[in-house]
Design a protein around this ligand. Structure first.
Ligand code: 6GU
Length: 226
């Protein structure tokens, strides 16, 4: 899978994909991530990419021209399955959306900034608008990093048995159960006996019960989802 990201602050995206599972995915050739600097595509003086809103009001608006220049120059080489605008007023991202997007070949992410983007870009180029939650970030870059990580780890071959996505929280609408490792006892706090019993059927039953309990306590809304 290839994910291209258009940003006015591409340096924000240097680190998130350079480590751990995302690095391994890229090293294995399973995930390609390219960051494009929007300022390289403006025809305005001083690499301007935003301007005052027509009708007045506080805050700048991202201009359509630099964005369309960037998108169309990328489209010369790549046919995108989705062109996604990261914006707080988009649909809220969740595991189901991550699963869907992990099946695509080419994604283009556009990071919003300032007071948003000229509506004409949204009307004519954007195929999907996504938010990562009900709070406001300074720009879409951190949200883009969240999407790439959540999607990238679902690409077949990225995770191994130890890190398998199948046991993640949310993958079955349940939160993950508690986990323990060495030592068996720390300051009198013991690992539950069941986990040391070697009885795999009973351990799986215990984990499922714990996942149900935890979900009922913390996220009862998940239990009523299909
Ligand atoms: Cl995608 N962008 C911004 N700027 N803020 C957000 C967001 C996106 N998702 C939640 N908050």
């Amino acid at each position: 899978m290839k994910i291209d990201i258009i940003s006015v602050v591409p340096a924000l995206l240097d680190s998130p994909f350079a480590h751990s599972i995302m690095k391994r995915a890229r090293d294995k050739g399973l995930l390609e991530v390219n960051c494009i600097n929007l300022r390289d595509h403006t025809t305005y003086a001083r690499a301007q990419v935003d301007d005052y809103a027509f009708g007045g009001g506080a805050g700048m608006v991202m201009m359509i021209e630099p964005l369309v220049n960037a998108i169309e120059s990328l489209q010369k080489h790549t046919s995108y399955d989705e062109i996604i605008f990261l914006t707080p007023d988009g649909e809220t991202f969740n595991q189901q959306t991550a699963n869907q997007l992990s099946l695509k070949n080419n994604l283009l992410l556009i990071c919003g900034h300032y007071k948003g983007v000229d509506q004409r870009l949204r009307d004519h180029f954007i195929t999907r608008e996504i938010s990562i939650g009900d709070y406001v970030l300074s720009g879409g870059e951190l949200a883009a990093a969240v999407l790439v990580d959540a999607i990238g780890r679902l690409i077949p071959g990225v995770l191994n048995d130890e890190t398998s996505a199948l046991t993640d929280s949310f993958q079955d609408n349940l939160l993950a159960p508690p986990v323990y490792t060495r030592p068996v006892e720390f300051r009198t706090w013991k690992v539950p006996d069941i986990l040391l019993s070697g009885n795999h059927a009973r351990i799986e039953q215990w984990r499922h019960d714990q996942a149900m309990l935890r979900t009922a306590e913390r996220r009862p809304d998940l239990l009523n989802r299909e």
